[in-house]
Design a protein around this ligand. Structure first.
Ligand code: R5P
Length: 292
């Protein structure tokens, strides 16, 4: 088995190689003046089992095309098996039709990855596990929540309440609670399907004088997490943190969350930026080492 780090996940791919104790195959990559990607495997991969790590956080269209090109080329170059590891799967939030005529992007992207030639697919905390049903190849959803919760335990936040900002994230909060042990709960959120505006119900949480962490899969504009942080602080929570697997952190997301009273924002390197304090490399390496 050999690991290839796609241009979007160079550091993470190297960490996965280190965790597995296997060679990391270098890629040559550059961007043409018109924005298209040039990619080249600089070592022989014929008959190899290739684990390709490429996240698809913004710029997601470019990174998706790079992913598809690399899978396709690996097969053409004779790789025996191509395992596509896509820590953040772009377009996953549109997983069903909410308004008639909508594109279901999540399933379309799944079909493209398979059509490019992937033999096995891994992602991390996918927005909706049902997206995996669109694959005919083995497709696995890993979780980085235990690692995120352990981070908070290490910094002294054991017994914190694990709060999901909406019912969709309640399993994430429950998973975090297995490490932190302070109980878990969820809020109720409604999103306007046209404007994207959210409304959050002020559910009574019994957090007065307690620490709390808002856990979500994705922080994008920060609106969801900021609203949850605000409710916690208004109800007298002591220290409040925000945690997510995929810190997209678009625009004023950081400002919105901190202004509402969070002390910090912690994410993983599924999306690499200053918030990615927790690495998913051990989770990926362990899962990949178990495939046949
Ligand atoms: C949606 O259900 C997701 O789990 C996140 O809550 C959402 O993507 C966060 O988006 P934003 O940060 O823009 O509120």
């Amino acid at each position: 088995m050999k690991v290839v780090s796609g241009p979007a996940s160079i550091e993470l791919g190297e960490k996965v190689s280190e965790n597995l104790g296997v060679h990391n195959i270098p890629l040559e990559s550059k961007v043409f003046p018109d924005g298209e990607s040039y990619l080249r495997y600089v070592e022989e991969i014929r008959d190899e089992e290739v684990v390709l790590v490429q996240t698809t956080s913004p710029p997601q269209d470019t990174r998706l095309v790079q992913l598809l090109l690399l899978i396709d080329a690996a097969k053409k170059l004779g790789a025996e098996k191509v395992t596509a590891v896509v820590p953040y799967l772009a377009y996953a939030r549109q997983d069903k039709v909410f308004r008639s005529g909508e594109v279901v992007s999540a399933k379309a992207i799944a079909r493209l990855i398979e059509a490019a030639g992937a033999d096995v697919f891994f992602t991390v905390n996918i927005h909706a596990p049902s997206i995996l049903d669109a694959f005919n190849i083995p497709a696995h959803n890993l979780s980085a929540i235990t690692e995120l919760a352990q981070y908070f335990k290490r910094i002294g936040l054991e017994d914190a309440l694990s709060l999901a900002p909406d019912i969709g994230a309640v399993e994430i909060a429950a998973e975090a609670d297995k490490v932190l042990g302070g109980g878990y709960g969820y809020l109720r959120k409604e999103r306007d399907r046209v404007t994207g505006e959210i409304a959050m119900e002020d559910v009574k949480l019994n957090v007065e004088g307690r620490n709390a962490i808002v856990f979500d899969d994705i922080i994008s504009t920060g609106g969801t997490t900021a609203a949850a942080v605000k409710i916690l602080k208004n109800q007298g929570a002591k220290r409040v943190f925000a945690a997510c697997v995929h810190p997209l952190m678009i625009g004023e997301a950081e400002k919105r969350i901190l202004e509402n009273g969070a002390e910090g924002i912690i994410g993983t390197d599924c999306v690499k930026n200053k918030f990615s304090q927790v690495s998913v490399a051990p989770v990926i390496a362990s899962a990949v080492s178990r495939i046949d």
